[in-house]
Ligand binder design. Structure first.
Ligand code: UDP
Length: 337
């Protein structure tokens, strides 16, 4: 799906990135039909690359990439990253995003989530080794668990429950990171790891277990349904608008010193979930009520990235404020959902 506002956002990302680096390069995007994956497919095609998207559509959606169907530089393979035949082409870049990401969704599919991030990551690393590709692994702020240090720097080891309800994702991503670093140390493979903190924007799903807080609250607000806050809403998150996230991911690929490195990608503007719900209520001009529900197990209390490393290494900082990003996201949901 590509409306005018997404097109404008893509042009903005494009204008921030150097033009030459992806011309005629082959890029593989796993999870390319998902939220961030589909934005990356768009931006690489805009930058002159050829893009192959692998997605088993377990949580991604064809609607996100339908507009690319007729682009001769784009192909989609509807396969699982843990069970696919080896592609024939050689890839310069492999962006490994495939995974369920919504807590309610991955908790319903814990084994699949662990295998996608372990076996799936191993298969992508092997492919990268054969192709001599640069591999970017999208890890997550979840690897920090219920962080005791806020804002959280990359040097923090994490505070994670290895057998808790979120462990399939936390430990899956931690294993994925460890495997990437093992390939870097053992084979000198060019791997780069991004720890992505709550990103949001157009193309996020708002349905059922796939819905994260922002798209769910927006769709509830627009439909005049109750806005479902878990706990008392004092838990915090730091939300980063998609254009900022995508710019930072691409900059990670363009920054040579990121080889074998990890970097936080997010926006340090920390907000409580109750404040977020109230803000969405006001921006959607909704007459919904806020209702309170039991808090899920191991839901992190605070989450906010320390952005010093990203600032220094990528020479990047997020630009879009929460209010600006919410306004764009709300108008997209009004038009397309
Ligand atoms: N949340 C909520 N109501 C919902 C969905 C989520 O209050 O309907 C809360 C959730 O408990 C968490 C925060 O919003 O504290 C962010 O949840 P999300 O699912 O977006 O992602 P997370 O940051 O937990 O991975």
């Amino acid at each position: 799906m590509i409306g005018t506002s997404v097109q404008e956002d893509l042009q903005e990302i494009r204008s921030e990135l150097e033009s030459s680096s992806f011309e005629d390069q082959n890029c593989l995007v796993t999870g390319g039909a998902g939220f961030l994956g589909s934005w990356l497919c768009d931006i690489f095609l805009l930058a002159g690359a050829k893009v192959c998207c692998i997605d088993n559509l377990s949580s991604g959606s064809l609607e996100n990439i339908n507009h690319l169907k007729r682009n001769k530089h784009f192909t989609i393979r509807r396969v699982d990253v843990t069970n696919h035949s080896e592609p024939r082409e050689k890839f310069h870049y492999i962006l490994h995003l495939a995974s369920r990401v919504s807590p309610e969704d991955y908790q319903e599919h814990p084994i699949e989530t662990l295998l996608t991030n372990s076996t799936g990551t191993k298969d992508m690393l092997e492919l990268a080794r054969k192709n001599d590709s640069v591999l970017l692994y999208t890890s997550s702020s979840e690897i920090y668990g219920n962080s005791e240090i806020i804002p959280t720097p990359e040097t923090y080891y994490g505070y994670v429950n290895p057998i808790g309800s979120r462990s399939c994702y936390d430990e899956g991503k931690r294993f994925g990171e460890a495997l990437c670093i093992a390939y870097y140390k053992t084979y000198g493979l060019d791997v780069r790891i991004t720890r992505i903190f709550n990103s949001y924007g157009p193309r996020m799903r708002a349905d059922g277990a796939y819905a994260r807080a922002i798209p769910r609250f927006i769709s509830q607000g627009l439909a005049s349904q109750d806005i479902t806050v878990y706990g008392n809403g004092s838990q915090t998150r730091s939300f980063c608008y998609v254009t900022d996230t995508i710019t930072a991911i691409v900059k990670t690929l363009q920054t040579l010193s990121m080889k074998g490195e990890v970097v936080n990608i997010g926006n340090p503007e920390e907000t409580s979930i109750l404040t977020l719900a109230q803000q969405i209520l006001s921006l959607t001009k909704s007459n919904s009520r806020i209702t309170f529900h039991p808090r899920p197990q191991d839901d992190p209390q605070r989450r906010c990235p320390d952005m010093s490393r990203a600032k220094k290494k990528l020479k990047w900082e997020p630009r879009v404020t929460l209010e600006q990003g919410l306004q764009k996201t709300i108008s997209w949901f009004r038009d397309y959902s």
